[in-house]
Ligand binder design. Sequence first.
Ligand code: A2H
Length: 273
Amino acid sequence: EGVAPQEYTAIKMRLLEPLPPVLAKFAGSQAPLETHPRRTLRPETMCGQTNAWILPEGEYGAFEARQPRSGRRILGVVYLCAARAARNMAFQDLFPEWGRPKQLATFFGRELLGAAVKAGRSAPLCPYERIHFLPLLTISMTKGTAIVTSVPSDSPDDYAAFMDMKNAKKREYYSGQAGAELRAEWIDPFEVVPVLQTPELGEVAAKFMCDKLGITSQKEVEKLKEAHDACYTAGFYKGVMTAGPFAGLPVQEAKLKTKAKMVADGEAITYLE
Ligand code: A2H
């Protein structure tokens, strides 16, 4: 692509029981079954997670991970991501063997739909104990881990797709598209969590912009881009955190502090792409 590599923060999420059948062979490992590194540029918004997104027809793998602090190989710690992301990560000391991802399982995104994860392990980073995997059809398999965290308060893409999931008729449609059941219990108990405010866009920037531009579904890609740019600019330059460990701080400061805290706590990794 001819551009300098960019640094990303990938948030880990712990998979919770019951494990999806495709990952059942990892049950009962000594170390806790880890994690989903997902790429995000907005670590400060992680207290607003309501679900995770995966591409139903995308091909993913489970890769043996290197234990971050000691470098020891710990059985049962795996990263779930697209194979392309694993190849990148293998050159960044995230796997036991340099340059060689060890793939322990292969699965389609649809096989993880409904699976529960614990997002952000240190309260008060995330108000929801268990969040679920839901389908997002705009995920690119060649960007990041191809698993995306959902923050509907500040990401218009997430907000539009979140509202799609809340609508029973649309959920049925997406269930047909995905070729997998989508249960109401994976979305209905979850509400948008406000995490920051700006003078222009209020407390729930993504809803404000989606309403303003009349966005009614995740398919309105052009309008969503415009909404995203507005949210990002307002949030970055004028946002003040209203939730999470850095409530009261400007977004620019909270961004760095959240990232540093999550990396130090072993809840996130940074990597280049
Ligand atoms: B962002 P960029 Cl709060 N396919 O994270 C589609 N989208 C992907 C992706 C993939 N493979 N990998 C990451 N992303 C999303 C948080 C967030 C994000 C907020 C607001 C805006 C926002 C919570 N979702 O991004 O084009 C991830 O969603 C708006 C674009 O490579 C990631 O950050 O810069 C962002 O896209 C990276 O997109």
